[in-house]
Structure formats: C-alpha cells, structure tokens
Design a protein around this ligand. Structure first.
Ligand SMILES: [Zn+2]
Length: 265
C-alpha cells in the first residue's frame, strides 16, 4: 500500500509540475517582453514554484484535489496566454506595415498603393471611419477603370461603416482633431494613426489580469487547505486572512489599474 501511495504521489507531482514549469517559463518570457511588471511576475512565479513543490512533496493526500484544481486552472489559461502572444505579434506586423506606408506617403503623398495598404490595415484594426475616408480620398484621384478591387472594397465599406464612425481623430502628440482622411497630423505631422493602433492594443492588460487571477486563485486554492491542515490554529487563521487579503488586493489592484494604457494624457 505504501508503494501505491508513493507511486500516485510521484505521478501527481509530475502531472502538476509539467504545467507549472511551462507557466513559470511563460511568465519569465512575459517579464522580459515587458508584458507584465516584475512584481506581478515574481508573485506568479512564486506561487507556481510553491504549488510545484507541494505537488512533489505532497505531505497529505487531502491536498491532492486542490493541487489538481490548480493544475486545471493553469492548463485552461493556456488559450489566453497564446491569444495575448498572437495578438501582440499581429499588432506588431500591422504597425510595421502602417509605418512603411506613412514613410512612403511622407515622401510621395500621391502614392495610391501605400494609401490603400494603410486604409486596409486601419480597417482591420477597427478604425473603419478613417479607413473609409482615406479610401474615398484616394479613389477620387483615380482616373478610368483602374483599382477595380479597391472600388469594390470601398463600396462594401460604405455599406457597413456607420456615419458615427467617421469622426475626427485626436493626435496623441498635440491633441489636434484631425479630419478622418488625414494620413499625418495636420498640425504637428506626427503619425497619429500609427499611435492610435499601437495604443488600442489590450494585450498587456489581458496578460496582467490573467497572471493576477491565476496567482490569487492558486494561492487561495492550495494555501488555505494547506494552512488549515498543517499550521496550528492561530497561525492558520492569521495565514488564511493574510492569503485572502493578499489575493483580493492583487486582483483588485490589477483590474483597477487596467484599461488606460496608450490613451492620451
Ligand atoms: Zn499632432
């Protein structure tokens, strides 16, 4: 029987350790990329290491279901992790495309190919009013039957873009309200469209929230039963209160601080 228990404990240790190891490596990566700050990263890593150690040296089988729950929470967070990484990459590519277009247009404002590439990128990033306005201004310059595909696209945009979306867009550098079709800020010449596309990215908030919720949930799920099992009553009570308070603070401060990144000051 003793052998059986040891085997199952060993098996659990591996099962929990594997997602924890991936989680910790992922957090280190996010800290290097600046996705999460180092305090949040270290909290997440600390919880991950503690859960992993408890899984290996599981002192009490009653703790097993809680460790398994944390393991599932970690595995379930993988799609969010991958989404953040994927979104970041897509935004990076779009921002590079837009910077190329804007550079070309600075040198040669009548470059229609660059205008259209810019408009299409803006449209895919949700700046549909700006995309439509830039498209309209470009098509006005075309003579004859060229740009068939762009004409069809413009027709489609006219149908779906609501007039309320065709609004002036404030420059994040100088605050000037630019007409929707402006490629550069009409006052200071900044790439205001690129700045807006960069600023709308919600990845960092999503990453921070994921780490905060995961760390709070895991610490509470494993820490509270562990404290009540192994610590003397007064210590356990204080520990549980501290753990609950800390978890609540972590989630609250992360969610309260989110959402404003990249907005004009
Ligand atoms: Zn400006």
């Amino acid at each position: 029987m003793v052998d059986g228990v040891h085997f199952s404990v060993f098996g659990l240790g591996l099962f929990v350790l594997f997602p924890m190891a991936i989680w910790v490596v992922g957090l280190i990566h996010w800290m290097i990329m600046g996705e999460i700050d180092s305090v949040l990263g270290l909290i997440g890593i600390g919880v991950g290491v503690a859960v992993g150690l408890l899984a290996i040296f599981n002192p009490d089988p009653r703790l097993t279901p809680f460790l398994v729950l944390v393991m599932f929470a970690t595995i379930l967070s993988a799609p969010i992790y991958l989404k953040v990484r994927n979104d970041r990459e897509l935004v990076r590519i779009d921002v590079e495309t837009m910077e190329d277009c804007v550079d070309s247009l600075r040198q040669k404002p009548e470059n229609l190919g660059a205008r259209w590439r810019l408009a299409k990128t803006l449209y895919s990033r949700g700046f549909r009013g700006q995309a439509l306005a830039i498209g309209e201004e470009s098509i006005g310059q075309i003579q004859g039957g060229a740009f068939e595909e762009e004409r069809a696209l413009l027709k489609q945009w006219r149908r779906v873009v609501h007039p309320s979306e065709i609004q002036p867009l404030a420059c994040l550098e100088c605050g000037h309200a630019n007409r929707p079709g402006a490629v550069l800020c009409e006052r200071c010449g900044a790439s205001h469209l690129v700045h807006h596309v960069q600023g709308r990215w919600i990845g960092p908030d999503l990453a921070k929230r994921l780490v905060a919720v995961w760390a709070a949930l895991s610490a509470a799920l494993v820490g509270i039963p562990a404290l009540t099992m192994f610590a003397p009553v007064p210590l356990a009570a204080a520990g549980v209160l501290l753990l609950l308070g800390g978890s609540f603070w972590l989630v609250w401060s992360t969610f309260r601080g989110g959402g404003a990144r990249g907005a004009p000051a």
